[in-house]
Design a protein around this ligand. Structure first.
Ligand SMILES: Cc1cc2nc3c(=O)[nH]c(=O)nc-3n(C[C@H](O)[C@H](O)[C@H](O)COP(=O)(O)OP(=O)(O)OC[C@H]3O[C@@H](n4cnc5c(N)ncnc54)[C@H](O)[C@@H]3O)c2cc1C
Length: 537
């Protein structure tokens, strides 16, 4: 099979039926006849907007020929980064089709805590091995959770156990559903294929920067839960892990609480995938002696622009073409103190969302629907923080640091209305009194003012340095009316649970997983961590 890279597809050609257009492009590029081509398969598709006068798609395509010997002849005419013969390997299977080691029943029934991506993939893997896992989730199923999030956004009334952070799907359920990740793992394909098997669109398998969107993700989660139950797993919602009973340094039982009723269950293996915001659980785990340490992370605010301005900045005159997706960006700049400023978790056509689980605190994040058709683009604008900033060497001092910022914002605003400042005002060091072109998307609403009410001065100084530089790289990024809504304090966990290479804590039978444990930074990396634990541990 020949793998052809950097195949150029114009924006107008992208509207044509895929198979026919790929055959035509390949024939032209490889200088062969279309009738020589046996099969074509799109591997990757990305937008190439480096030259604003020639925005197009760049494709990687696998092609086989009716005459097999053509592969080598053609490959000899190209550089390996343009076209190369590759082995036809079987595609990575989804989790339901993969081969699994049978679970050793002597280990008893495993308990998985948390139904975010880490817990869900761990439970699915265990179920495929025949372990009949019990998956407990303190929040509600995704169908009920939507109503609780809606009440928060409409009325500012928080459900502490069912919100954007807690409930089926974890922190990622009300997200943009970006499925990119920095890992280089063969299991990424299994995760993507499993999402696809549960109803995610096929394009996630080929897009350079795949995303699902919160609307589609919620349906995928329901299907995944059904598959888990079909495989013998059990899911209990509104069910919280409140204690572990240890014997000789190993897990012997777990205390779980559901609808006010506490139950002790005998269990030897507990997979702890509780995310970065289960602060109550962190505290009792620390008291129990579960080893953990401080971890650096990053804080800042969400920046919002009009999506059409970002499109113009990225695509030039091609902006608005029906085949082009809403434009994305990723920017970073070093700062003299080494912290750096960078954009993170960009949501094209998205909205800023409150991501809190406790009263008296404000933390924002971003989400979008599959169509990414909102008026604004948003992204976290983050500045690195380090354990020296936390003011104590207690392993949970990073949580206290986050809380101070979140509580200052809440106190200043007198509720969940988040502080918001125009970029021009931030650069001039003055309060915002009125909005301009960009309207904030955050609900239950914003309080105009100065982000100095909650964010440390090193963050604001770093912004003043970075914003003009970002504006030079992406026209309009530092536009006067762009908005900063904050604070965003939970970009990742401020804590890392210590674990052995097999993911087990020093407490035998306890496996801290995913983002809360400090080993993942997004949906896919958390899912891969959970999957590997369920497969191997
Ligand atoms: C609004 C938002 C948008 C995001 N957008 C993206 C994105 O587009 N792409 C991306 O890759 N990442 C995104 N992220 C980050 C991503 O969601 C997380 O990295 C990921 O969900 C972490 O997975 P996890 O399974 O480790 O933890 P979580 O998803 O946080 O799941 C932990 C679960 O454990 C449960 N739990 C906690 N304590 C207990 C207990 N004691 N008993 C029982 N259950 C418990 C919680 O209720 C929660 O459901 C976003 C996050 C947010 C908040």
């Amino acid at each position: 099979m020949l793998r052809v890279h950097q195949l150029k597809l114009t924006l107008d050609e992208a509207a044509l039926p895929q198979d026919a257009v790929l055959r035509r492009l390949l024939a032209r590029y490889l200088k062969i006849s279309e009738s020589d081509v046996d099969s074509v398969k799109l591997q990757k598709k990305s937008v190439d907007a480096r030259d604003k006068g020639d925005v197009h798609f760049s494709l990687t395509v696998d092609v086989t020929f009716k005459n097999g010997s053509l592969e080598k002849t053609i490959a000899a005419r190209f550089r390996p980064n343009q076209a190369a013969v590759v082995e036809q390997t079987a595609q990575a299977p989804d989790l339901f089709a993969a081969e699994w080691n049978r679970w050793d029943d002597q280990q008893g029934r495993p308990l998985v805590v948390g139904a975010g991506p880490a817990g869900l993939f761990c439970a699915l893997a265990l179920a495929r091995r025949g372990a009949k896992p019990l998956l407990i989730e303190r929040g509600q199923p995704v169908e009920k959770r939507g109503a609780h999030v809606e009440i928060f956004e409409r009325e500012g009334v928080l459900n502490e156990e069912s919100n954007v952070l807690f409930g089926e799907g974890g922190a990622g359920a009300f997200s943009d559903g970006k499925l990119t990740c920095g890992l280089n793992s063969p299991h990424i394909q299994t995760v993507l294929r499993t999402f696809y098997a549960c109803g995610a669109p096929e394009e996630i398998l080929t897009a350079q920067r795949p995303h699902i969107g919160t609307d589609v993700l919620r349906k995928v989660l329901v299907n995944a839960r059904m598959r888990l139950c079909e495989l013998g797993g059990e899911v209990r919602f509104g069910c919280k892990l409140t204690g572990l009973i240890l014997r000789d340094g190993a897990v012997a039982a777990a205390r779980i609480c559901q609808e006010g009723r506490t139950e002790e269950i005998t269990v030897r293996k507990v997979y702890l995938a509780i995310g970065h915001s289960a602060r109550d659980t962190f505290e009792w785990l620390y008291d129990l002696g579960v080893p953990m340490e401080q971890k650096p992370f990053a804080i800042g605010a969400r920046i919002e622009h009009l999506q059409r301005e970002i499109d113009r900045g990225q695509y030039g005159s091609a902006a608005g073409h029906s085949q082009l997706p809403p434009a994305e960006y990723k920017l970073n700049v070093p700062t003299p103190d080494g912290r750096g400023v960078y954009t993170f978790c960009m949501c094209p056509g998205g909205q800023v969302i409150g991501a809190v689980n406790q009263p008296g605190e404000i933390n924002v994040n971003g989400m979008s629907f599959h169509a990414r058709d909102g008026i604004n683009a948003d992204a976290a604008l983050l500045v690195g923080v380090r354990p020296q900033d936390y003011g104590s060497d207690h392993p949970l001092a990073g949580v206290a640091f986050q809380r101070r910022i979140e509580q200052a914002a809440y106190r200043h605003c007198g509720g969940f209305r988040a502080p918001c400042q125009r970029v021009e005002d931030l650069l001039a060091g003055r309060e915002t009194k009125a909005l301009g072109q960009v309207q904030p998307t955050y609900r239950p609403g914003v309080t105009l003012g100065d982000l100095a009410c909650c964010l440390p001065s090193f963050v604001l100084d770093a912004y003043r340095l970075a914003l003009p530089q970002f504006g030079r790289r992406l026209k309009g990024f530092d536009a006067p009316d762009a908005l900063l809504t904050g604070p965003e304090t939970r970009s990742s966990s401020p804590v890392r649970f210590l674990r052995k290479p097999n993911r087990e804590s020093a407490i035998a039978g306890l496996y801290p997983l995913g983002e809360g444990a400090g080993y993942a930074g997004g949906i896919v990396s958390a899912a891969v961590d959970g999957l590997c634990a369920g497969m191997e541990a």
